[in-house]
Write a protein of this length. Structure first.
Length: 520
């Protein structure tokens, strides 16, 4: 790569969409810390929501998105999402992207929670993410190099501008890459929890790196927990798509009592936070919860991934009941960006779940995340295409950049331990005492070093752990500060939305450390 490259970090749908629309540029490189199929997008069972069906309209989709997001959304960004989404999808369909159709070749539009219209496009039944990623990889046809197993460990900042990245290979070798634009598409941080639908690589490292580099992050307290992960052997072993409830499955207890009766007018398709809390209430009473799938026709054909998951874990589909537990699923917050994916640091962009565009508000509407990846992945490419040829700073990126090495004191906790702590204290139901404990626990691990020190002398695993601590701290300390409940953020000591918090975002920058202690 020459000195003015464009670097995309991550290999999910947002990253590949940006690469697709940047493919005419010569100098684009994608770095991913694992491999091209190790992303949340690849595993996405749910589909893409878009107002393409007869009788549907972007305004209805807009309204549903704001309702799900508890009106914490940025309405202007939501409008961009729901108006541009159908156009981009139609363009991809015309280019050969195959969504599921009925026997007459008409698109099948599915239903999921919070949608007032059948508008979810699926591919391969429950393999939409895999189909979209495969489509883009095929379209790219190696025109954009995708470097696997090379982890971006830091962003290079010169004169307040992002001018490149540092990477580390599996053998520990560090490289410095100069770039005129760096696009973070590193996903969210639901991998900070023990029960999660996410790839375990989704630990918030892109968000932590951006915060370290001086970028603003926001809405970190808003984590969506998906109500139905398959439970087996005391663990959550994979997602059971909400589309299963969309096709008629219902939540019930061992003795057949309906869990959602009397809880919410939308019943089993109530907002995810409401359903997840109803399940937690049962589990805390020692009552197991099941998804009764007997009303779903052709289950194996419609949901092949879930059927295979059940078989792999000894869950008998013929019995018609899948044991379920909630698990961390999606971060509504992230790196603050404008409508072109630009962060508050010039030269640094963010898209997909790593970014906080404001489209999801306090709670994401089902199947809006792939749509966001497509719309804003394309927008970031449009922005960079317009700015191509911008000069970078004249100074050469230097590995040593005058930073002291990042010190480790006390020894870092294991990653499983971090996940347990966050699950126990910053989970589905939160309160001041447990959040305070979590913040104190996280702050003992020399967080200031994680803000300033040079990480290249550390092992890759230590760097990832440090970024997990920083991302976890952003979630916990934001959750402590928001003294209300709204969408994905529920506090038992403040169980209702408060008008003072309406429309208020918790925007965080590392400048806050100048007035430490900051976690209070
Ligand atoms: C699901 O299939 O239930 C997840 C889809 C989504 O989160 O949008």
């Amino acid at each position: 790569m020459g000195k003015d490259g464009i670097i995309i970090v991550g290999s999910g749908l947002a990253a590949l969409t940006a690469a697709y629309y940047l493919r005419a540029q010569e100098n684009v490189t994608i770095f991913t810390k694992k491999n091209r199929v190790d992303s949340n997008s690849w595993r996405a069972q749910g589909g893409v929501a878009a107002a393409l069906a007869t009788g549907d309209d972007w305004r209805t989709h807009f309204h549903d998105t704001l309702m799900a997001g508890c009106h914490h959304n940025d309405a202007r960004m939501v409008e961009l999402l729901v108006r541009e989404g159908p156009k981009r999808l139609q363009e991809w369909i015309d280019a050969g992207m195959a969504f599921d159709t009925d026997e007459h070749g008409r698109p099948c539009f599915g239903l999921e929670g919070g949608h007032s219209h059948r508008r979810i496009l699926h591919a391969g039944g429950d393999q939409t993410g895999k189909a979209l990623v495969s489509f883009l990889l095929q379209q790219l046809n190696d025109r954009v190099p995708l470097v696997e197993e090379e982890q971006v460990i830091d962003l290079l900042i010169e004169d307040g501008r992002c001018v490149g990245v540092k990477t580390m290979r599996k053998d520990g070798r560090v490289s410095v890459w100069r770039a005129s634009a760096v696009v973070l598409a590193t996903g969210g941080c639901a991998g900070l929890y023990t029960f999660t639908s996410n790839a375990l690589t989704a630990t918030g490292d892109g968000i932590a790196m951006a915060y370290r580099a001086g970028a603003a992050v926001a809405d970190m307290e808003f984590i969506q927990f998906h109500p139905t992960m398959l439970a087996a052997g005391g663990r959550a072993v994979g997602l059971v798509s909400e589309a299963v409830r969309g096709e008629g499955a219902v939540l019930e207890t061992e003795d057949g009592r309906r869990v959602m009766d009397g809880v919410h007018p939308l019943g089993d398709l109530a907002p995810r936070d409401v359903v997840a809390r109803a399940i937690v209430a049962e589990l805390e009473r020692g009552v197991r919860v099941y998804l009764n799938i007997s009303a779903v026709s052709h289950f194996r054909r419609r949901f092949p991934t879930i059927a295979a998951l059940c078989e792999a874990h000894g869950v008998d589909l013929e019995a018609g009941r899948l044991p379920v537990v909630p698990g961390a699923h999606f971060l509504m917050g992230g790196i603050v960006v404008n409508e072109w994916g630009q962060t508050t640091v010039p030269g640094l962009y963010a898209i997909g779940e790593a970014a906080c565009t404001g489209v999801h508000g306090a709670n994401r509407l089902a199947s809006n995340s792939l749509l966001e990846a497509i719309v804003f992945g394309a927008r970031v490419a449009d922005a960079i295409n317009c700015q191509a040829g911008w000069p970078t700073s004249g100074r050469r990126a230097d590995r040593s950049v005058d930073r002291p090495p990042c010190l480790l004191a006390p020894p870092l906790p294991g990653r499983a331990h971090i996940r347990e702590q966050l699950s126990a204290s910053v989970g589905i139901v939160r309160d001041r005492e447990r959040l305070r404990e979590a913040v104190d626990w996280l702050e003992q691990f020399s967080l200031p070093h994680w803000l300033e020190g040079d990480v290249e002398t550390l092992a890759a695993e230590e760097i990832e752990t440090g970024y997990m601590l920083l991302a976890g701290w952003l979630v916990a300390s934001s959750a402590l500060r928001r003294t209300e409940s709204r969408g994905g953020h529920y506090r038992s000591d403040f169980p209702h939305p408060h008008p003072d918090w309406q429309g208020r975002r918790l925007v965080r920058t590392k400048e806050e450390w100048a007035s430490a202690p900051v976690g209070r």
